[in-house]
Write a protein that binds this ligand. Structure first.
Ligand SMILES: [Zn+2]
Length: 307
């Protein structure tokens, strides 16, 4: 019986060992399996991540390409638009009438020293200050050089709209350019006529109206320009007075002016009105009147050229 009991005990022991061993094997396998699963999962995650990266990369590239394309497109569009605008501008200007008008806004800023002398005519021993400062609005306080510039710049635009090429002797108040230099610039830059824009002043505040100045047929320097200059003066002064309603004080001959004597093309001075007169001074600062003033001068220039 003792042997039988020992056998059973051995059997049970062996069984137990077998069971324990079995469990151990199973658990090891399970752990291994789990490890494998984790590894597999990790590799899958890595795969997916890398896939995502590879997917994202082409997307990003595509985006960049698209952006670049959009940029190119936008640029092209902008270019096209600006080209079209330029074409439209050119088209509106291509109605060029072939004539060139030189405009001189009289005087310059009071701070510009133009007191140095220059010959009052080519080869003349007589000298005059390079330019003077001009008068001033007694009621508006506006200096003549400013009014002259404002009207001249507006006239430039109007004439360009009408197809003229315009030469300006100055486009700001700071430019130091003498009367002789202005006259030469008007010719050198292709001007056919030289229109000088001024406003008048008088001690007598009641004096009002516009007048024109032109060289006489006896002028020692520009007698050959007298006829055309007179016709130019007449055209501009009459059209100006018609448009503005300003009193027409007629045409004066002047042979003592540097800016006339140095001219190589028909020349005239328009004294637009008296800045010392209340009506003229105030009217010449009125926006609507300024349009009339500009249109009047432009109409006169059109008439001169037979347009
Ligand atoms: Zn003046």
């Amino acid at each position: 019986m003792k042997q039988t009991k020992g056998k059973w005990f051995l059997l049970v022991l062996l069984l137990c060992m077998a069971v324990v061993a079995g469990i151990c094997v199973v658990s090891t396998v399970k752990v291994k399996k789990k490890e494998q699963t984790v590894a597999a999962l990790e590799s899958e995650v890595q795969k997916k991540e890398s896939e995502q990266q590879t997917q994202q990369q082409p997307e990003t590239e595509t985006q960049i390409q698209t952006e670049a394309k959009t940029e190119v497109q936008t640029e092209t569009q902008t270019e096209e638009i600006s080209e079209t605008t330029t074409e439209t501008e050119t088209e509106s200007r291509t109605v060029e009438n072939g004539h060139v008008v030189a405009i001189d806004p009289g005087h310059q800023g009071s701070w510009v020293d133009m007191s140095a002398q220059e010959p009052s005519a080519p080869g003349s021993a007589e000298t005059k200050a390079k330019a003077t400062t001009g008068t001033q609005g007694r009621y508006t306080g506006v200096p003549e050089y400013q009014l002259n510039l404002d009207i001249s710049l507006a006239l430039q635009k109007e004439l360009e709209n009408r197809g003229y090429r315009v030469v300006m002797t100055r486009t700001d108040n700071d430019t130091a350019i003498s009367n002789a230099e202005r006259a030469l610039k008007a010719y050198d830059e292709g001007g056919e006529i030289y229109v000088r824009i001024h406003a008048n002043g008088s001690d007598d505040g009641s004096v009002n109206g516009a007048l024109g100045m032109t060289p006489s047929y006896d002028n020692a320097y520009v007698a050959d320009l007298a006829e055309d200059s007179y016709r130019l003066t007449e055209c501009i002064l009459n059209a100006y007075c018609e448009k503005t309603g300003f009193a027409n004080l007629g045409i004066q001959y002047h042979d003592d002016m540097t800016g006339i004597n140095w001219s190589k093309i028909p020349v005239m001075i328009l004294e637009m009105g008296f800045m010392t007169n209340e009506h003229d001074d105030t009217a010449m600062q009125d926006a609507e009147m300024q349009i009339n003033m500009v249109n009047g001068i432009a109409d006169g220039i059109d008439q001169y050229f037979g347009r």
